[in-house]
Structure formats: structure tokens, C-alpha cells
Write a protein that binds this ligand. Structure first.
Ligand code: SF4
Length: 367
């Protein structure tokens, strides 16, 4: 039959130049990638590689590692070589580590021009080294570390200040014939951040790395990132994303992936359609939804599972999903592709759903 239509998106991607971060394309011809950063000391090579493996398994496309000292720089060659996904070295302050990271075989280097002393004088050599090694760059402007001249001019990190810094650094690289870079202009306030990226997107065809910096603990950071990224992605702005949370990096990847999946910018995998419950609920919907989510964690197929507390919307939603349950009277009607296949007692709902999900997943994988 006809291949299914791709799911609708809110806006076409903004057209950008294309760069490579190792094997991962970044720019409008490539799917939006999801990044995180390791929290292990980079000198702990095994610990860092272990964390990178966990991030890779959770759907991370690109990983960044900090490089604050020579010992960290010395660890980069092995990490870059053994990581399953491209590694970006994150450099503040010391230009010598930029060169070390490039020579170590890192896929890209993030530079913060506001923090690197005499950065502008060294752009030429950085551009040359990066070109020689096929390394791309991120110009990572950050509200907390704008260069003194710009801070003096604007008084604080306004969108204009962030963008002026970024555009200036971009022009330096371009003057030296180097174009393989992306840009970020991070701020901890989603409103300022969104305004800055919108302004930046108007001024050049650079691929953009989205981030709300210091977004906070998981709950607040998730919402700040989702609203800010959502506002930009809804206009087609953003080519790679990093959710910053004061939480383990795997959580950042889960949130990043969920944001992209919600906007149809990445294929949806498991989706739980569960009701919020209300006074009509005849089962503990929270518990049921949580147990089903836990039981199906890691599912790689696009399965929609409806978990509904009563018969008001229950059968309707359960019928629309691949699989679902509509509860009532201490029992659950189990639906598969719109048909009630059985009715089970409440204490068997979870196991039955998981069992049926596995059957459908097997079926989907063999199709
Ligand atoms: Fe309430 Fe039923 Fe709707 Fe759930 S499905 S929110 S229990 S009416």
C-alpha cells in the first residue's frame, strides 16, 4: 500500500548551512539532534565512557565533556575514540585546550569567547587547526560570561547583547574562511533566550544549538526548556538541543527526546495516553499509568497505550490507541486496535496490557 504520510509539524525548518559533528549532521537537512553533557570528571576515563554509554542507550546523539585542565585534555583522545557518539570538548578560559581537543580527535569544540582571554587574536589559528582536523566548532555565548566590552555597552545580558557577541565571533571565523560552526546564545530566562535566538536566526544561516542555561532542577528546568524550545521549534528554529537540568544527564536526554517527539520532530515511540482521573474514576489511574509506563520502558516501537479511569472517554480513547484499557467496576476492558479483546479484574490490568503490548511490538517489528 501507500507509505503513511509523515506526521504534521508546526513549521518548516529554517534553512541553515550544514555542518557535521563527527557522524552527526547539524543543520536543516538533518534531523534535530539531542545533546547532553557528562557529569563525571573527564579524567575518569572509564566513568565518563560508562556515562556516555548510558546516554547513548537513552537516545543521546552528541555528548559534551568538560575540559578544565591538562589532565582532562590528556583524557580526550581515548574518550573521543571509544565513545559510540560524537564527543564535543567544552572549553572555557584556556585556548591551549582548544588545540588539544582538536588534536585529540574530538568531533567538535565548544568555545566560549567571553571567557577565553584574547580569543579574537586566536581565531585564525583555531580555524586553521579545526579545518586541518575536520573539527567543527560551537560558538557558545552565555549570559553569565559575556565579554566586558559588550556588558559595558548593554549593561546586562539582553538579547541584543547576546546576539552582538555571537555575530561578532561568527564574523571572525568567517573572515578566516571557516564556516563549520554552530551558535548558541543561552540565557536562563526563556523569554530573553527565545528573543535572542529569533534575532540571531534573522542574521545568518548558522545552525543553532538551543539551550536554556542553568534552567534549574528537573521540574522547573523541564518546563523552562520545553516552553522555550517549543516557542522556537514552532517557528522552525533550532538544529540541535540541550536541556540543562540539575539532574542526571540521562534525564536531560529523556526530556529533549520527549520535546522533539511531542512536536513530531522525532518519531514517536511509546506514548501513554492517560486521563488525569477525576471523581468518576473507578481505578487508581495514577498508579495504573505509572505501572504501565514502567513496564513498557524502553519500547522502541511507536505504540500508543491508553489508560483511562472510567467509561466516559475511556472506550473512545482506548479504541483510538493501539492498545488500551477502560476501567469500570473493578474491571478493565482491554482494547487492541479498537476491539475489546477481553475483560480482566483490576489486579490483572497491568500485566495484561504489558503482555498485549509485547505482542503488538513483535508484530510491528516483523512488518
Ligand atoms: Fe474522569 Fe473518566 Fe475522564 Fe478519567 S476518563 S478523567 S476518570 S471522566
Amino acid at each position: 500500500g501507500m507509505p503513511p504520510l509523515p506526521p504534521p509539524v508546526l513549521a518548516p525548518r529554517r534553512k541553515t548551512r550544514q555542518i557535521k559533528v563527527g557522524s552527526v549532521g547539524v543543520g536543516s537537512d538533518s534531523p534535530i539532534s539531542v545533546q547532553s553533557m557528562t557529569t563525571t570528571p573527564t579524567t575518569d576515563i572509564n566513568g565518563t565512557l560508562q556515562q556516555i554509554a548510558e546516554l547513548t542507550a537513552s537516545g543521546c546523539d552528541i555528548v559534551r565533556v568538560a575540559c578544565p585542565s591538562q589532565d582532562d585534555a590528556d583524557a580526550l583522545p581515548i574518550i573521543a575514540k571509544k565513545s559510540q557518539i560524537p564527543v564535543i570538548a567544552d572549553i572555557h578560559f584556556q585556548p591551549k585546550y582548544v588545540f588539544a581537543a582538536i588534536e585529540a580527535g574530538c568531533a567538535a569544540v565548544r568555545v566560549n569567547p567571553g571567557n577565553i582571554r584574547k580569543f579574537d587574536d586566536q581565531v585564525k589559528q583555531i580555524a586553521q587547526a579545526a579545518k586541518d582536523h575536520g573539527t567543527s566548532i560551537r560558538i557558545g555565548v552565555n549570559a553569565g560570561s559575556l565579554e566586558p566590552g559588550i556588558m559595558k555597552k548593554y549593561g546586562k545580558a539582553t538579547p541584543e547583547a547576546l546576539v552582538e557577541s555571537a555575530v561578532w565571533e561568527a564574523s571572525l571565523f568567517e573572515e578566516h574562511g571557516f564556516h563549520d560552526f554552530k551558535i548558541s546564545v543561552k540565557h536562563n530566562d526563556p523569554v530573553i533566550m527565545v528573543a535572542a535566538y529569533e534575532m540571531l536566526a534573522e542574521q545568518g544561516d548558522w545552525p543553532l544549538h538551543l539551550g536554556v542555561t542553568e534552567a534549574g532542577p528537573a521540574f522547573q528546568g523541564t518546563i523552562k526548556s520545553a516552553t522555550a524550545f517549543g516557542a522556537l521549534l514552532a517557528k522552525g528554529i533550532g538544529d540541535t538541543i540541550r536541556v540543562s537540568l540539575s539532574a542526571p544527564p540521562v534525564e536531560e536526554i529523556k526530556v529533549g527526546n520527549q520535546i522533539l517527539q511531542s512536536l513530531n520532530l522525532r518519531p514517536r515511540k511509546l506514548e501513554i495516553v492517560s486521563c488525569p482521573s477525576c471523581g468518576r474514576a473507578q481505578v487508581d489511574v495514577y498508579k495504573l499509568a505509572e505501572e504501565v509506563t514502567a513496564g513498557l520502558e524502553g519500547m522502541e516501537v511507536p505504540l500508543r497505550v491508553a489508560v483511562m479511569g472510567c467509561v466516559v472517554n475511556g472506550p473512545g480513547e482506548a479504541r483510538e490507541a493501539d492498545l488500551g484499557v477502560a476501567s469500570g467496576n473493578g474491571k478493565g476492558q482491554i482494547f487492541v486496535k479498537g476491539e475489546v479483546i477481553k475483560t480482566v479484574p483490576e489486579d490483572q490490568i497491568v500485566e495484561t496490557l504489558i503482555e498485549e503490548a509485547m505482542k503488538i511490538a513483535e508484530q510491528m517489528e516483523s512488518d
